[in-house]
Design a protein around this ligand. Sequence first.
Ligand code: CS2
Ligand code: MG
Length: 402
Amino acid sequence: MKIVDAKVIVTSPGRNFVTLKITTDDGLTGVGDATLNGRELAVASYLTEHVCPLLIGRDASRIEDTWQFLYRGAYWRRGPVTMTAIAAVDVALWDIKGKSAGLPVYQLLGGRSRDRVMVYGHAQGSTIEETVADVGRFLARGYQAVRAQTAVPGVSGTYGISSEPDRYEPASAGLPEASLWSTQSYLNHVPDLFDAIRDTHGYDFQLLHDVHHRLSPIEAAGLGKAIEPYRLFCLEDPTPAEDQTAFRLIRQHTTTPIATGEVFNSIMDCQQLITERLIDYIRTTVVHAGGITHLRRILSLAELYGVRSGAHGATDLSPVCLAAAVHVDTAIPNFGIQEYMPHTDATNEVFPHGHRFHDGYLYPSEEPGLGVDIDEEAAATYPYQRAYLPVARLHDGSVHDW
Ligand code: CS2
Ligand code: MG
């Protein structure tokens, strides 16, 4: 089963997606998500110029060897661009292996550890009252877990708040938008949100919140401590994630569970966080952490230390990534939760898929392989549009952390 073609497809059905499609000499195809939000063409070019030529003629069944070849065989290791490209190859090969075996990918990973995958939805609002009402909408639809974000007074364009229900678009076309950030306003405001949510909706569901890496370790420790009574499922990305020792300080002060890692691309980025038990949920994903092959290694290490998965699943992770994520979530023993922001109709048209959402849970496709494809004709009708995530600045004009 030799690889005869590897092509990169860039499409923008409302937002940019990069997809790798691999074809074998016996006519099987596999797809892998290669989308790196705001840096899409860097991965497309890494694949086209440097990786695809290496794939032609290789045995498509040698997934592990191909991973080792692309990672260890290259002098320059790690980094989001490289690891996203390797992930795309890896996931496409798992798709092909599933198709050649006639099995859905979760069966290749050991079969079901669970019947369904718990997800969290995104409640949001421009005021606390609006967000509380939005949480109610999610609960009424059967969600077991809801992430709640609210606009911070005096912080124009708070990230993650949009007028669209159920989702927000993380990037916008053109050059990066400037958004304002005030840690003081945020810390003064956000505990009132959890208080109002628990007061209105009680404690019989999982509540989550994302800080988007905006706090210092001691600020995060204080927030975690202050919101302990509201019993969050997890507080996500309290500090810039690459500073692993910062989490020691947070841990010393609070029992609020901590999730981080959506920006990580290697097991080296989270080795200390896991082995020192500094976090509770690891948010690494198939697309940004080296594919199914590498993500499984991270999750196996995490299992040993009682850390569970909590995979990133915003709309910039394509339905190809989500399909792969649901297979992994279904198979691993240490699943925690899966983020789920539904894609737009245009995106779903470009990526027909068999995974399904129902009553707060995702179910994997039962088709051989990943159970997702790319409709190349539809994809061609949505040309790439340069887009960026916003950049946060403080009141004095200086750039702040993401
Ligand atoms: C967020 C995302 O979903 C999340 O948890 O942090 O909006 C994230 O900022 C984007 O996916 C980045 O591309
Ligand atoms: Mg996040």
